[in-house]
Design a protein around this ligand. Structure first.
Ligand code: SF4
Length: 189
């Protein structure tokens, strides 16, 4: 497999085929996240030829792995038709896979309509991980998450409406001592 830079995945993707389809994160500004700061990991969508070589590798050597995770930090940013084509190639090449997942930022999700998300679901995308981090407005601004709480809610709803499983990450200590009570109550509401 052609891996470039740090490869980050959710804990629940420990047994997945990790297919790196983008490098880095298109946002890459969150204050707490150093995952893709290496200049070598400047954000870009990987070349189709490289992705196809990795799919072919998975078809040959990953027959016991039943889930695929599309890395890196915001793989949903791949244009719709290109992502649909990629999901179709996965379906043809690794038909035993029962779940395909990716990370998506709030901003990227809001750039997709419900119909577009539903089309991705029909093509095989079954789980989206979204980093909420906090529902507390001041904290979201302080960590430069690039989205407000209401935008996060709208993005999450859009995923659910499309029938895609949504997994949301909330960072317990991210608000510091000053806002920890507000962060806890608002984020869990
Ligand atoms: S959106 Fe996610 S991957 Fe990108 S910088 Fe923020 S936490 Fe890191």
């Amino acid at each position: 497999m052609h891996y470039q830079g740090n490869i980050i995945r959710p804990p629940s993707e420990a047994d997945s085929i990790i297919l790196q389809v983008t490098v880095g994160c298109s946002h890459n500004r969150c204050t707490f996240c150093g995952a893709y700061r290496d200049p070598e990991q400047k954000f870009h969508i990987k070349d189709e030829r490289i992705i196809d070589e990795d799919i072919a590798f998975a078809a040959q050597y990953c027959r016991r792995q039943q889930t695929v995770f599309l890395a890196d930090g915001d793989a949903l940013i791949i244009p719709q038709q290109r992502l649909l084509n990629l999901l179709a190639r996965l379906r043809d090449s690794v038909p035993w896979v029962r779940r395909v997942s990716l990370y998506a930022s709030c901003r990227t999700l809001l750039n997709r309509s419900s119909d577009e998300l539903a089309a991705l679901k029909a093509a095989g995308l079954s789980r989206i991980y979204m980093g909420l981090e906090s529902g507390h407005e001041e904290t979201l601004a302080a960590i430069r998450k690039g989205a407000t709480a209401s935008e996060m809610i709208a993005a999450g709803r859009r995923v659910r409406e499309a029938g895609i499983f949504l997994s949301v990450t909330c960072l317990l200590g991210i608000a510091g001592a000053q806002y920890s009570q507000d962060h806890f109550h608002i984020s869990c509401a």
